[in-house]
Design a binder for this molecule. Structure first.
Ligand SMILES: *Cc1c(COP(=O)(O)O)cnc(C)c1O
Length: 345
């Protein structure tokens, strides 16, 4: 078998949700956009629902449909992109709650789906989604008259606790929502970790559930094992891979493993000091990452095992991301479709 094996630990995922939930006195939802950060939104959400999560967030109504089919009636499913043209039927049929981002969306929603639950997303400085303070001031009485179920905003710099933007956005959110008797939500994973001032009534972690930073205490959720296809012995001076970028300085044993940039292992990590592991022993990745193959210096291990591990407790998604100048979010959501996926728990 020459496909790499991706193991997704749903027990670790639920443990991470519970650990984050235990840090707050408020409701803890789960963000499962982008197909559950690449790990299969249906499986992820079912595990989290069984573990106690009652509210889920997705980016688009279509993702909400997949989720509703998986979860059945009951759990709340909210849509960050709001009520777009063409969403009306889906929002209604699959009981999805749009987070309205603009006056246009609000008018559309009240006209097409009167009485259908909605929330309002406010822009507190990120300038990405949501109503700006002036726009909100103009429409808030109308919006509040229709009974929103949530007022939310999103932090731009929450993974940097000392960044002044955090306090600035908190103040802006308070200015826009203090005194309103509607549940409020400001924090994703980073904001939840900033402490109780940021929690309000509901936190919306994503990345921390999947084992990624900034939740440094997270249990790893993803393990990736790559089968060794071939080994060969090189004399000093021989080169490895495209572009001859790596030269053996000593007699070297090279193992070729089955996974490459077509599987989400981006090329940039080839020069980033990444290893694969034979049990606990790190073996350096050498030469360029190819489309389907990676080459590894296994000279220092006595026996080359059938599989070498690329993502594990020692080398997390964030370590791999860092080596490639990327972030854990991008590594997770790029995990390839060729992997044989196994779900534990
Ligand atoms: C993606 C996203 C989240 C989750 O963020 P994490 O950093 O993954 O915890 C929460 N809220 C909004 C609006 C988002 O776009």
């Amino acid at each position: 078998m020459s496909t790499a094996k991706l193991t997704i630990d749903l027990d670790a995922l639920v443990t991470n949700w519970r650990s984050l939930d235990a840090k707050t006195n408020c409701e803890t939802a789960a963000v499962v956009k982008a197909n559950g950060y690449g790990l299969d939104a249906a499986r992820v959400a079912k595990a989290l629902a069984a573990g106690g999560a009652r509210n889920f967030f997705v980016a688009a109504a279509e993702e909400g449909v997949v989720l509703r089919r998986a979860l059945g009636a009951g759990p709340g499913i909210s849509v960050f992109s709001g009520h777009m043209e063409g969403d009306t039927k889906l929002l209604q049929e699959f009981q999805l709650t749009p987070m309205l981002n603009s006056l246009d969306q609000m008018l559309r929603h009240f006209e097409r789906l009167p009485g259908h639950p909605f929330g309002v997303q406010l822009d507190t400085g990120m300038n990405r989604l949501g109503m700006e303070p002036g726009e909100w001031a103009a429409v808030r009485e109308i919006a509040l008259g229709q009974g929103p179920v949530l007022l939310m905003s999103h932090l731009a710099c929450a993974d940097e606790p000392a960044h002044p933007m955090n306090a600035h956005q908190l103040q802006s959110f308070r200015d826009m929502t203090d005194g309103i008797e509607v549940p409020r939500s400001l924090a994703a994973t980073g904001g939840l970790l900033l402490g109780p001032d940021y929690h309000f009534d509901l936190c919306r972690p994503g990345i921390g559930l999947y084992g990624g930073l900034p939740f440094s205490q997270a249990m790893p959720v993803v393990h990736l094992d790559l089968p060794v296809i071939q080994t060969r012995d090189l004399a000093a001076g021989e080169t490895v891979g495209y572009g001859n970028t790596w030269t053996a300085k000593r007699p070297t044993r090279i193992a070729t493993v089955a996974a490459g940039y077509a599987d989400g292992l981006i090329r940039a990590m080839g020069s980033g000091g990444i290893h694969v592991f034979a049990e606990a022993t790190p073996c350096p990745v050498v030469g360029r990452v190819s489309m389907d193959l990676i080459t590894v210096d296994v000279t220092d291990i006595a026996e080359v095992p059938a599989n070498l591990s690329l993502i594990n407790e020692a080398q997390t998604v964030d370590v791999v991301a860092n080596a490639a100048g990327s972030i854990g979010y991008e590594i997770l959501t790029s995990l390839g479709h060729r992997y044989a996926r196994t779900y534990k728990g």
